[in-house]
Design a protein around this ligand. Structure first.
Ligand code: GAL
Length: 366
C-alpha cells in the first residue's frame, strides 16, 4: 500500500514536471514586441522588412504584429505580446489617443514603451519616442512647392493626413510655416479649403486652428479618400483655380492618387505635388514625371534607433535621446532623425546609389 502510494506520487511529480517543461518549450519568451499600424500601406511593409533585416543577428527574441487599422486589434496584439513575456514594446499607434489603453496594460506589466514614428498621445504611459523630424517633412514638402513656383496667384491645393495621427499635425505645421508667407504675398492662392482661407493671415496656427483645416482636407491616409476629395475639388474649381497648380500632397500613397486625378484633368496644364515615404511605387512615379518629389525617411535608421534603444533597455542602460515631444500629458524623451528631399534630379543618388532600393526595381532610371 505504502509502496504503491510512493509510486503514484512519483508518477504525478514526473508528469507535472514534463508538462511544465513542455509549456516552456511551446511558448518561447519574446523580449521585444513590435506592433505596426497596418499592412495595407507600403510604408509599414518597409518598416517590417527593415526590422526583419535588423533582427537577424539579434541576441534577443522579437515578434512583429500588425493592427490592421484597428485600436481594438492593436490592444489584442499588445496583450498577446505581454503574455509572451516582453520587456520592451515598440509600438506605432494606429490612432494616437486610441492606443492609450494598450500601453496602460503594458505599463501595468512593467514593460518599457517606445512610441515608434507616431506619438502615442494624452497618456503618461509612454517612455520614449523614436521619430523622424516630422515638422521638417512638412517644411520640405512646402519648400519644394515654393521653389517650383514662378509668378503670382498660383492655385494651391492643400491635403493632409489623418486627424487621429499626431504626425499629420506636425507635417501640416511645418508646411504652413513655409506656405503661409507665400500665400500672404500673393504667390499662392488657396483653391480648395475655406477653413485655410479663413486662417490665411495667421502665421502660426494652434492645434485647434490646424484641426479645422485638417478636418476639411484630410485624406485619412487613404488613397481612395484622397482621390474622391481631389475629384470633388476639381469639379468645383473655377477656371482660375486650374492651369498650373501646386499641391501639398501629404504622403506617397495619397499623393499618387491625387496626382492621377490632376493628371487626368484637361484643364490642368501642369502640377507640382509633394509626398513622403519614398515608396517604391512613388519612386517610379518620380522617374516617370507623375509625382514631383518625396521625402525619404530612411526607415533603416529609425529601425536601428528603436532596436538600439530596446536592446539598451534590456541590457540595463539608459537610452540616449535628443529632445522631447509633448504628447498632451507629458513630455516624451525622443530620438529624432533627419529626412532627405528626393526628386528626379537626385533620385538615383538618394535612393539607388545609397543602397536604399535596388535599381532593378525600377524602369527608365537614368
Ligand atoms: C505617418 C507616417 C508617414 C505615413 C503616414 C501614413 O504617421 O509618419 O510616414 O506613412 O503615417 O501611414
Amino acid at each position: 500500500m505504502k509502496k504503491n502510494f510512493k509510486a503514484v506520487t512519483l508518477f504525478l511529480v514526473v508528469m507535472m514536471l514534463t508538462s511544465i517543461l513542455a509549456a516552456c518549450g511551446n511558448s518561447k519568451k519574446i523580449e521585444i514586441g513590435i506592433v505596426l499600424p497596418t499592412k495595407d500601406e507600403e510604408r509599414w511593409i518597409q518598416d517590417e522588412e527593415r526590422f526583419k533585416a535588423a533582427l537577424k543577428d539579434s541576441k534577443y527574441n522579437t515578434e512583429i504584429l500588425f493592427s490592421q487599422g484597428s485600436s481594438a486589434k492593436e490592444k489584442e496584439n499588445v496583450e498577446a505580446l505581454i503574455a509572451k513575456g516582453i520587456e520592451v514594446l515598440i509600438i506605432c499607434p494606429f490612432d494616437g489617443d486610441g492606443a492609450a489603453s494598450a500601453v496602460k496594460a503594458a505599463k501595468e506589466a512593467d514593460i518599457t514603451v517606445i512610441s515608434y514614428d507616431r506619438l502615442i498621445t494624452n497618456t503618461k504611459n509612454v517612455d520614449y519616442y523614436v521619430t523622424f523630424d516630422s515638422v521638417s517633412v512638412g517644411k520640405a514638402q512646402a519648400q519644394y512647392l515654393v521653389d517650383k513656383t514662378t509668378g503670382n496667384g498660383q492655385p494651391l491645393y492643400l491635403y493632409a493626413g489623418a486627424a487621429t495621427d499626431n504626425n499629420a499635425f506636425l507635417f501640416f505645421q511645418g508646411a504652413w510655416e513655409v506656405l503661409q508667407p507665400k500665400i500672404a504675398d500673393g504667390t499662392f492662392k488657396i483653391a480648395n479649403s475655406s477653413e485655410a482661407i479663413a486662417l490665411q493671415d495667421v502665421a502660426t496656427l494652434d492645434r485647434e486652428q490646424m484641426s479645422k483645416i485638417i478636418g476639411q482636407v484630410t485624406t485619412n491616409w487613404e488613397p481612395a479618400e484622397a482621390k474622391n476629395k481631389a475629384q470633388t475639388h476639381l469639379t468645383a474649381a473655377a477656371a482660375d483655380a486650374k492651369g498650373d497648380v501646386a499641391i501639398l500632397g501629404p504622403n506617397d500613397g495619397t499623393s499618387r492618387a491625387i496626382a492621377d486625378v490632376f493628371g487626368a484633368d484637361g484643364d490642368i496644364t501642369s502640377y507640382v505635388i509633394s509626398g513622403q515615404d519614398a515608396e517604391k511605387a512613388t519612386i517610379q512615379y518620380i522617374i516617370d514625371g507623375k509625382q514631383s518629389m518625396t521625402v525619404l525617411k530612411d526607415v533603416r535608421v529609425l529601425v536601428k534607433d528603436a532596436m538600439d534603444m530596446a536592446i539598451g533597455i534590456l541590457d540595463g542602460t539608459t537610452p540616449a535621446t535628443t529632445g522631447t515631444y509633448p504628447n498632451g500629458e507629458i513630455d516624451v524623451k525622443a530620438k529624432q532623425t533627419d529626412v532627405v528631399t528626393v526628386d528626379k534630379d537626385n533620385v538615383k543618388k538618394a535612393i539607388v546609389d545609397s543602397g536604399y532600393y535596388e535599381a532593378k526595381e525600377f524602369t527608365n532610371l537614368k
